[in-house]
Design a protein around this ligand. Structure first.
Ligand code: GAP
Length: 451
């Protein structure tokens, strides 16, 4: 099994990600996020929100997925700008993107393929009960269009001055021809986008400013330097709206792939929406008395793609196991070494043994005490070693064990995921100690070391 397959299987087994509609045979290019996937996604989105709103002049928006179809006419998404070139195999009738085909042969069965045809990626839907032209619209293909069409609403209601940014997290949909690589390319996904409105003169400077911030964000959350690179996208490959584009790429097991795009969209969006809507979306600068279309610098990250990158980065296999045993073992232990901010479960609470009701009772009390403050799980099944490993497999940061000493002196042990070292602390100080562990303080200094 290759690394991607191992991650897919772990994700299903441990409740991160499930194939959509699985009991009906699945549904291509769509996935469901299970309990741990929800936590991980939430942590990624919160980390993004925190990083973006740490900057000046950033406001949020939550615009609708459904919009007037004229938006997509103006944005260029219904024209050639947002389509893939497709070929179809004359034998097996499977469809492929043109760039996946070598020498006019089907990669699956070797049959001859048709000439390429354009295939629009917008997901069509119908509003109201009658399916005709006037009721047709599309599920949004990028969240940013909601920001552009609300430009004046946001500017005026919030009394903003340029430069300012609008951030939004939400679902986008693309009828991808060939969804593949697990959650890397799907038909339904979430984007975290920021549109920074600035004077055309300052666009280049802000492009560099935001690119640097976004790259640093991945490093801060544990992506290694050697697994991230930036690609300057040449003109012929750029998105139809982009004057300049860089792709932030992650080194996935299946190659270097884009996880985020940074775009200088110039005045493409505001000028086109002005043309199509008849509303003047120019900005009036009170000081200089200039009236102009602001330029837009966009940072556009995929929630699932970054989640997949964080999963790949965190995934480790330890042959023979991490725990010292007297006899060598063939077991492979899995460790998801997530950054502390991202780990879906921060604390596991474990009674040392299950069959001592007073231990289980105490452990449940500790669990109830910690639950309002940290994402916690209570686990009493199997040996303590097995439970530690189950926690490691999903990246639990701290495992709190109630043992016989707990009943005597109200102390518990905490085992830290990465070092597997243990300290003993008083239950009354537990919350504070866990907070310090999560804040990155030196673990062994936070309690009495257990030898
Ligand atoms: N508003 C600009 C925009 O949408 P994009 O490069 O087409 O730019 C931005 O998309 C990001 O959205 C990508 O870098 C990727 O992370 C995510 N994304 C795009 N298509 C996706 C798909 N089919 N499946 C999963 N994520 C996707």
């Amino acid at each position: 099994m290759d690394k991607t397959q191992k991650i897919i299987s772990l994700c299903k087994r441990r409740g991160f990600i499930f194939p959509s509609s699985e009991i009906y045979g699945g549904f291509g290019g769509v996935y469901d996020f299970g309990p741990l996937g929800v936590e991980l996604k939430k942590n990624i989105k919160n980390a993004w929100l925190r990083a973006m709103t740490a900057e000046e002049n950033i406001v949020p928006l939550d615009s609708a997925i459904l919009m007037n179809s004229k938006v997509w006419q103006a944005s260029g998404h219904l024209t050639a700008g947002f389509s893939d070139e497709l070929v179809e195999c004359k034998s097996c009738h499977k469809r492929f993107k043109l760039d996946e085909i070598k020498r006019n042969k089907c990669p699956e069965c070797g049959g001859l393929v048709t000439k390429p045809r354009k295939f629009n990626l917008m997901m069509k839907t119908f509003i109201g009960p009658v399916e005709n032209e006037t009721t047709t619209t599309y599920l949004r293909a990028e969240t940013c269009q909601g920001i552009f069409v609300n430009f004046l609403n946001i500017l005026n209601s919030m009394r903003l001055k340029i430069p300012f940014g609008v951030i939004q997290i939400g679902k986008s949909f693309r009828n991808e021809v060939n969804p593949k690589n697990f959650i890397f390319r799907t038909r339904e996904f979430e984007q975290m986008e920021m549109e920074w409105f600035c004077s055309p003169k300052e666009a280049n400077r802000f492009f560099d400013f935001w690119a640097e911030k976004r790259i640093k964000w991945y490093f801060d959350l544990g992506i290694k330097k050697e697994n991230l690179r930036v690609r300057e996208v040449p003109e012929e490959e750029r998105a139809h709206y982009a004057q300049r584009q860089i792709d932030i790429e992650y080194h996935f097991p299946f190659g270097w792939k884009e996880i985020e795009g940074i775009h200088n969209r110039g005045d493409f969006d505001l000028s086109n929406h002005t043309k199509h809507s008849g509303e003047d979306l120019k900005y009036f600068d009170e000081e200089t008395k200039d009236k102009y279309f602001p330029y837009i610098i966009e940072t556009s990250a995929g929630v699932e793609r970054s989640l997949f990158a964080f999963l790949c980065e965190a995934y480790q296999e330890i042959k023979g196991g991490r725990t010292k045993t007297t006899k060598p073992t063939k077991e492979v232990e899995i460790l998801l070494k997530f950054h502390k901010t991202l780990a879906p479960i921060k604390v596991a609470v474990l009674p040392l043994v299950r069959n001592k009701p007073e231990l289980a009772k105490r452990a449940k009390e500790v669990y109830q005490m910690l639950k309002p403050n940290f994402t916690c799980q209570y686990d009493e099944l199997g040996s303590i070693g097995r439970r530690y490993r189950r926690g490691d497999e999903v990246g639990v940061i701290a495992s709190v064990t109630c043992d016989f000493q707990t009943l005597e002196d109200n102390t518990v042990t905490i085992r830290e995921r990465d070092s597997m070292k243990q300290i003993r602390v008083e239950i009354s100080k537990l919350k504070e100690v866990i907070q310090k562990i999560l804040a990155g303080e030196e673990f062994l200094k936070l309690g009495k070391i257990v030898k």
